[in-house]
Design a protein around this ligand. Structure first.
Ligand code: FMN
Length: 546
C-alpha cells in the first residue's frame, strides 16, 4: 500500500478530477442504463427478520425543544418500541410516490437522486421486547425490520461496551457506492458521503427526540467497522464499504469515548454470520469507487481532533408548536421553488443559528471534530435583509483566515438585526440569483428560493493534519448540515433541496479564492416549494410486497 502522503495526493487528484466545470461535467455514464438500475433495497437471504413497530408521530416532543438543554425530552428506556421509533424516524420509508405504472419509495433520510447508497446496522445487547441475546442486525427499510446477521454472547457484549454507560447501543452505516455510480459515475463517491452525512444527521435528530445522544466512534479503523457490521464477508453481490459506527446513549450520560477494545472487535470475525446479500444489478461499470474508498480508508488509531477555541453560542428562542416527529417524517425535497415566497429575518437567523455546532445540541454533538464547514449564502428573498452574498462562519476562530481568503468581498459587515451570537456577515450587496442558478448547474431551484448556499470546507489543512481518511468526514459534516436544513425548512413551513450538482471552481472564483485551502463541497436551497401535482403519494407502510 502506498504511504499516507501518496494517498493524500490521490485524494486531492480525485477531488480535482470530479469537479464539474462549465466546459465539461465530471466523468459519468451520460445516460441511464435502465437494464442495470440498482435495487434500492438490500436484503440478506436466510437471515431472520424481526418486524419493528411503525410508531406514528405525536404532537410531542416539540421540534425546537430538542435543541434546548432545559426543554429536551428525558431519556426514553431502550426497548422494542423506542428502537423501532429510532429507525422509523431516521432510515425508514416516509412515503411511496407513483406516476402511471412507476412507483418509488422516499425515505426519512435524503439521498442524491433518491438512490440510497446508505445501509444501516444495529449492534446491541439484550433489548426488552426485541432480543434476549446481543446481536448484529441489518436494517431493512422496505419492511421496517431488522435482519439478524449474528448473535453473540453476553460476555463479548460486556467487554465490547464496557467503557460505555448502561443502555448504550451502536448504529453502523455503510455505503454501496455502485447505487450512486450507476447514475453519476466518478463524482458518485462524493454523493455517497453526503448521503452518509444525511443519515448521520437523521439518526442523531431521531435519537434527540428520544432523549438520547449519538457520538461517532471515530477511532475505529475501517477494518474494525467491517468486522462489527459483517461486511467483511465474501460474496458476489455489490461491495458495501463500512463508513462509521456511532454510540447511542441517554443524553445525561453522553460520553466522549470514541473507540472499542481491539480484541473484542476481532472476535466478530468468528461469529456464526447468517444471510447472503442480494445482488442489486446484473452487471456494473467500474467508476473507480473502490480505489477512492481504499485511499480514504481509516486505520485504527487514536486521533486528537482540534476542538473549538470558542464554541458557538446559543441564544433563547421560543419553541413553536411544531412536532419534531412530524417534521422528520414529512421532510421532502422541493422539486421546484415558487420564486415568490419570502422569509422573515428572524426565521432566517433561526435557521442559520441551528446549523452551528452548539455544544451538546443534536445533530452536531455527534461529531468529535470542530466545525470545518462555513456557509456562503446567496440571499434572494429575506425581509429586511438586502440581497447579496453572505458568509456564516461556523467556527469564529477562522474569521481572519476567511477574510484573507475571500478576496472578492467588500469590507465585511453584520446584516441589520443580526444577533451578536450569530457570526453572519454581508460580503457583497447585489442581485445574486443569476450567479446562484448558473453555479448550481443552471438549476432554477438555486435562484427561485429564499436563499441558497455553498458549503465551504476548510480542506487542505485538516486533510494534511489528520490524513486522507478525513476527506469523507468533511462530506459527512456537509450532509449533516443538509439534513438539518431540510428539517429547519419544514419547521418553518417551507422546503429545501440538496444540490450536489454545482460547478466547483466557478464558485471558488465568485468568492475570490486563490488556492485550494477552501473547497466548496455541497449546495443547498431553501424556499417556497411548488408541488408536483402529477404524482400520487401513498403511505410508507403497510404496503403489499410484490
Ligand atoms: C447529496 C444530495 C445531492 C442532491 N442534488 C440534487 C440536485 O443537484 N438537484 C436536485 O434537484 N435535487 C438534488 N437532491 C435532492 C434529491 O434528488 C432528493 O433528496 C431525492 O430525490 C429524494 O427525495 P426526498 O428528498 O424528497 O426524499 C440532492 C439530494 C442529496 C442528498
Amino acid at each position: 500500500m502506498s504511504n499516507q502522503s501518496d494517498r493524500l495526493q490521490q485524494v486531492f487528484a480525485y477531488h480535482q478530477a470530479t469537479k464539474h466545470q462549465f466546459q465539461a461535467y465530471a466523468n459519468g455514464p451520460g445516460y441511464l442504463d435502465w437494464e442495470t438500475q440498482p435495487n434500492p433495497f438490500r436484503r440478506y437471504a436466510g437471515a431472520r427478520l424481526i418486524a419493528l413497530e411503525a410508531i406514528e408521530p405525536a404532537d410531542q416532543p416539540l421540534y425546537d425543544d430538542v435543541f434546548s438543554e432545559q426543554r429536551a425530552p428525558a431519556a426514553a428506556a431502550v426497548n422494542l418500541r423506542t428502537v423501532s421509533q429510532l429507525f422509523y424516524d431516521s432510515l425508514a420509508l416516509s412515503a411511496w410516490k407513483s406516476a402511471g405504472e412507476t412507483r418509488w419509495a422516499l425515505r426519512v433520510n435524503a439521498s442524491s437522486g433518491n438512490l440510497h447508497p446508505t445501509e444501516g446496522y444495529l449492534i446491541c445487547g439484550p433489548v426488552e421486547g426485541l432480543c434476549d441475546k446481543p446481536m448484529v442486525c441489518h436494517y431493512a427499510p422496505r419492511e421496517h425490520g431488522l435482519e439478524v446477521l449474528a448473535e453473540f454472547d453476553i460476555a463479548l457484549w460486556n467487554t465490547l461496551c464496557g467503557r460505555f454507560p448502561e443502555h448504550t447501543f451502536f448504529i453502523g452505516l455503510s455505503s454501496i457506492h455502485w447505487r450512486e455510480a450507476w447514475k453519476y459515475g466518478q463524482r458518485a463517491y462524493r454523493y455517497c458521503m453526503h448521503d452518509a452525512g444525511h443519515a448521520l444527521g437523521a439518526i442523531s435528530m431521531a435519537a434527540g427526540g428520544l432523549g438520547w445522544r449519538t457520538r461517532l466512534l471515530d477511532n475505529l479503523g475501517s477494518d474494525d467497522l467491517a468486522l462489527l457490521m459483517g461486511t467483511f464477508r465474501d460474496h458476489d453481490a455489490e461491495r458495501e464499504e463500512p463508513d462509521v459506527l456511532m454510540a447511542c446513549v441517554p443524553a445525561e450520560l453522553a460520553t466522549q469515548e470514541t473507540s472499542l477494545p481491539a480484541a473484542s472487535v476481532l472476535s466478530f470475525e468468528s461469529l456464526a454470520w447468517q444471510g447472503s446479500p442480494n445482488k442489486l444489478s446484473p452487471s456494473h461499470l467500474d467508476w473507480g469507487m473502490d480505489k477512492i474508498a481504499q485511499q480514504v480508508s481509516r486505520p485504527r488509531a487514536a486521533c486528537q481532533y482540534r476542538s473549538f477555541e470558542n464554541p458557538p453560542l446559543s441564544w433563547p428562542l421560543p419553541s413553536r408548536p411544531v412536532s419534531l416527529r412530524r417534521v422528520i417524517r414529512q421532510r421532502r425535497s422541493a422539486v421546484d421553488m415558487d420564486g415568490q415566497t419570502r422569509l422573515s429575518r428572524d426565521t432566517f437567523f433561526r435557521i442559520l443559528h441551528r446549523t452551528l455546532a452548539v455544544p451538546g445540541a443534536p445533530p452536531f454533538s455527534a461529531l468529535p471534530w470542530k466545525s470545518h464547514i462555513h456557509l456562503a449564502l446567496f440571499v434572494h428573498r429575506v425581509d429586511d435583509i438586502p440581497q447579496g452574498l453572505y458568509l456564516l462562519v461556523r467556527d469564529p476562530a477562522q474569521t481572519n483566515a476567511l477574510q484573507q481568503a475571500l478576496t472578492q468581498a467588500n469590507p465585511w459587515h453584520k446584516p441589520p438585526g443580526c444577533p451578536q451570537q450569530l457570526p453572519l456577515y454581508c460580503l457583497i450587496e447585489a442581485e445574486t440569483q443569476t450567479a446562484a442558478r448558473q453555479i448550481s448547474c443552471h438549476q432554477d431551484i438555486a435562484s427561485d428560493g429564499c436563499f441558497s448556499l455553498a458549503m465551504l470546507a476548510e480542506y487542505t489543512e485538516p486533510l494534511q493534519e489528520y490524513g486522507p481518511w478525513f476527506y469523507p468526514r468533511l462530506y459527512w459534516e456537509a450532509g449533516m448540515i443538509g439534513q438539518l436544513l431540510y428539517l429547519e425548512a419544514e419547521a418553518a413551513g417551507i422546503r429545501s433541496t440538496g444540490i450536489g450538482c454545482f460547478f466547483d471552481d466557478p464558485m471558488h472564483e465568485v468568492l475570490g479564492l486563490e488556492d485550494q485551502k477552501l473547497q466548496d463541497l455541497y449546495h443547498f436551497t431553501v424556499g417556497g416549494p411548488v408541488e408536483d401535482t402529477r404524482l400520487t403519494t401513498l403511505p410508507a407502510y403497510p404496503l403489499e410486497l410484490s
